[in-house]
Design a protein around this ligand. Structure first.
Ligand SMILES: NC(=O)c1ccc[n+]([C@@H]2O[C@H](COP(=O)([O-])OP(=O)(O)OC[C@H]3O[C@@H](n4cnc5c(N)ncnc54)[C@H](O)[C@@H]3O)[C@@H](O)[C@H]2O)c1
Length: 472
């Protein structure tokens, strides 16, 4: 995967005081320069960090929600090493209990989480990671806002990491992850990022076909995720009585840009990452439209429709359309057009992808000239097989920079729509608006990073009005 601007300068904010030693600083500066210049990060190979004293790999689940349950099941299903769920953490006790019960039912003695290794609260992730040994795996499946501080602590503890997408919501958080990635490499830690489509064999076969010129030069990519919203977007009447405003914003994380990057980052990152993977480049620019038709008593920070035009360095375009309006047509898929043939990257859902190449420019199964092997790998399982394989065999494995770039490029589309301004890759990377500033210090009694207006509404994006998405 290459960066779009071989001449682009490294970020001016390469120096972060928390990074400590001069050697670490050098590694970090090197990493940012590498990202800007498009090469893969250098992979020194210090000795593997072996889980202390046994073959067993222990995992801690930090964020016991829907995806956390899925990732835990995928982790415990790996057979290359004895896997054990060893600690669990959340900000809501019932989430820990629900997931713990389900995991015990499914995996029995692969789950060893007594009450003293169930940890509660915003700072509890540290205790969950403290319960592991160097070389074990921390699973980060909270909302994305917390990725960077949790990744940082995992690196300090010598833990391998699996973290769900998006892993950053804006320029500053992407820079943090890129910087931390170098520290993970310096410690020879393995890092998986939940952009699972990269681990699907059908898409991998298509990627190779495209490199071999099977569709000709790629001219246009286009993608759609248009479906009713998964949850309602009306924030009225605000937090329930038994929840703090912070807990509530975290629970409704799709509604708040600081917590998740909104539905744009959370939903659309998969397709955006897949398209850029197939193009084998990141776009240099995003221009976008978007708006909100469905008004609420208290609007959240999302638009309900987005149309983005990404431009790659060679002029190739990638058009992306997202919509969450009920009763409008649902459409989900990702397609490309080459100078010889059209191709389908994925359709209907994340799995199966049904990747194929078609005669001419019409995407239609009757025109198929090539199709990927239909026994394609299940990507959520495969990403765990690949991560544990790297841990066991001590092979280089770090998806953090690629994940940060995918997160950043996704944020470009959202930022362009919300501001009504074109934004370049370098502008987004260096954008000073820090949506997750201070999340590392949140406690159960903290006010949320986004405060409501006096009338109970929240600041929302308004194209043309602000320098950044909803503020100057
Ligand atoms: N790869 C995929 O296809 C996929 C699918 C779904 C979700 N995800 C990602 O997984 C992440 C979680 O999504 P979800 O749908 O499981 O949400 P969720 O709300 O079901 O789960 C999040 C959990 O994290 C807990 N939590 C929040 N902040 C915490 C903190 N600071 N410390 C500890 N626990 C905390 C919440 O209480 C909740 O139990 C998101 O980043 C989302 O984008 C990925």
């Amino acid at each position: 995967m290459t960066s779009p601007r071989p001449d682009s300068p490294a970020s001016p904010t390469t120096r972060r005081t928390f990074l400590g030693t001069a050697g670490q600083m050098a590694a970090v500066a090197g990493s940012l320069a590498t990202v800007a210049h498009g090469a893969e990060p250098a992979q020194d190979k210090p000795p593997a960090v072996q889980p202390g004293g046994s073959d067993e790999i222990r995992v801690a689940l930090i964020g016991c929600g829907g995806r956390g349950a899925g990732a835990a099941a995928d982790a415990l299903s790996v057979t290359a090493a004895p896997m054990k769920m060893y600690a669990m953490c959340d900000i809501f006790p019932q989430n820990i209990e629900t997931r713990h019960k389900a995991l015990v039912e499914q995996f029995k003695d692969k789950v060893d989480v007594p009450n003293e290794r169930k940890f509660l609260g915003f700072e509890a992730y540290k205790q969950a990671m403290d319960a592991l040994r160097p070389g074990d795996i921390a699973i980060l499946t909270t909302p994305p806002a917390f990725r960077a501080p949790m990744f940082r602590y995992a690196i300090e503890k010598g833990l391998n990491v699996f973290m769900e997408k998006p892993i950053a919501v804006d320029g500053p958080s992407a820079r943090r992850i890129i910087e931390l990635s170098a520290l993970a490499d310096a410690k020879n830690l393995k890092v998986g990022v939940g952009l699972m489509a990269r681990h699907n064999s059908a898409r991998q076969e298509l990627f190779q076909q495209l490199r071999d010129g099977a569709a000709g030069d790629i001219i246009t990519l286009r993608g759609y995720r248009m479906q009713p919203a998964v949850q309602g977007w009306d924030l009225f009447p605000g937090p329930p009585k038994d929840m703090t405003e912070l807990q509530w914003q975290v629970k409704r994380f799709h509604c708040f840009l600081w917590a998740s990057g909104g539905i744009f980052s959370d939903y659309y990152i998969h397709h955006i990452d897949e398209a850029c993977w197939m193009k084998d480049a990141w776009p240099v620019k995003a221009e976008a439209n978007g708006g909100r038709q469905m008004r609420a008593k208290i609007d959240d920070q999302n638009f309900d429709n987005y149309s983005v035009e990404y431009t790659f360095a060679d002029g190739t375009k990638f058009f992306y359309f997202g919509r969450t309006i009920p009763k409008a047509e649902s459409k989900f898929g990702l397609f490309g057009h080459g100078s010889k043939h059209a191709f389908r990257i994925s359709s209907t859902g994340h799995h199966p992808a049904r990747s194929a190449i078609f005669k001419g420019q019409e995407i239609d199964d009757k025109n198929t000239v090539w199709t990927a092997d239909k026994s394609e790998t299940q990507p959520y399982r495969q990403e765990w097989i690949d991560l544990v394989d790297a841990v066991v065999k001590n092979t280089p494995y770090n998806e953090a920079i690629r994940g940060a770039q995918a997160s950043l490029v996704t944020a470009m589309g959202r930022f362009a729509a919300h501001t009504g301004q074109a934004v370049t890759y370098d502008e987004m990377l260096n954008c000073p608006d820090d949506l997750t500033a201070g999340v590392e210090s949140l406690t159960d009694s903290s006010p949320p990073p986004l405060l409501a207006n006096a009338d109970g509404t929240y600041p929302v994006p308004y194209p043309g009005k602000y320098k950044f998405e909803y503020r100057d």
